[in-house]
Write a protein that binds this ligand. Structure first.
Ligand SMILES: NC(=O)c1ccc[n+]([C@@H]2O[C@H](COP(=O)([O-])OP(=O)(O)OC[C@H]3O[C@@H](n4cnc5c(N)ncnc54)[C@H](OP(=O)(O)O)[C@@H]3O)[C@@H](O)[C@H]2O)c1
Length: 241
């Protein structure tokens, strides 16, 4: 992985940040983006690794993504890895969902991955790799989160379609469905008791961690996964629902 060029969306917090740090450890050049949180972005910038670039860019805005892709092309000439990780969460019952909020979740979590994939493809090298971060809720939905669950389900199918289409450049595309992982996105609104209940209901008796998902992501990007494409892999401690 040494000196490969990676674009990780939403790399200033949670799962994305762990993926960024792990790719830097492997010697990759990493370009990442965020949407709002300047404090998190500056914390990441402060690790002062000259192979890391952190930019503000809303993945659901095609013009903003185009600027980053143009920057990657001008600076590095190409891209090896795309990690479509950025995501948001707005919960509401369908009966009460503000349709603008529903569209916002679909636009960031799903259309954002479509935009980044479409615009990255032309500058991706042959035998590059894409990992799309979906969610266990894309397989088994829960109540009060229909927009998030629907976006996660769409990502799984989009991954398979991308794997077929991008195989013309031997680019592999896979998705990951992590279960509940304690990050700022997931922790909103859960009580300590509810989290303990989740652990109790997980056969392997713990929560997912950002390291679990980053490990799987790095494997899927690596040469060791060179015949794996179009797959969706769950990472959930055997919690099947
Ligand atoms: N945590 C879980 O339980 C869990 C489980 C399954 C799947 N996932 C998925 O894993 C991914 C990462 O989640 P996380 O838990 O690590 O969340 P997180 O800690 O809240 O981090 C989300 C990251 O995405 C960025 N982001 C949000 N909206 C964006 C946008 N429109 N454009 C660009 N960047 C944007 C955030 O930047 P700002 O902070 O600046 O907005 C932040 O860097 C998401 O796709 C999520 O659906 C999470």
């Amino acid at each position: 992985m040494e000196n490969k060029i990676a674009f990780v969306t939403g790399g200033t917090s949670g799962i994305g940040k762990e993926i960024v740090l792990r790719l830097l450890d492997k010697g990759c050049y990493v370009i990442t983006c965020y949407n709002n949180n300047e404090k998190n972005a500056n914390e990441l910038r402060n690790i002062s690794n000259d192979k890391l670039i952190v930019k503000k860019c809303d993945v659901s805005n095609e013009q903003e993504v185009k600027l980053i892709i143009d920057f990657i092309k001008e600076t590095y000439g190409h891209l090896d890895y795309l990690i479509n990780n950025a995501g948001t969460f707005i919960d509401s019952y369908i009966k009460e969902f503000d349709i603008e909020d529903f569209k916002k979740v679909i636009n960031i979590n799903f259309i954002g991955k479509v935009i980044c994939s479409k615009l990255s493809y032309p500058i991706m090298k042959e035998k590059g790799a894409i990992v799309n971060i979906s969610s266990s809720l894309g397989i088994t939905p829960c109540e009060e989160s229909a927009a998030y669950c629907a976006s996660a389900a769409a990502i799984i199918n989009f991954t398979k379609a991308s794997a077929l289409e991008f195989s013309d450049k031997l680019i592999r595309v896979n998705s990951i469905c992590p279960s509940f992982t304690p990050t700022p996105l997931a922790l909103r609104g859960w009580t300590k008791e509810e989290i303990e209940e989740k652990i109790k209901n997980t056969p392997l008796k713990r929560l997912n961690t950002v390291e679990d998902t980053a490990n799987l992501c790095l494997f899927l990007l690596s040469e060791e996964a060179s015949f794996i494409s179009g797959e969706n892999i769950s990472i959930n401690g055997a919690r099947l629902k």
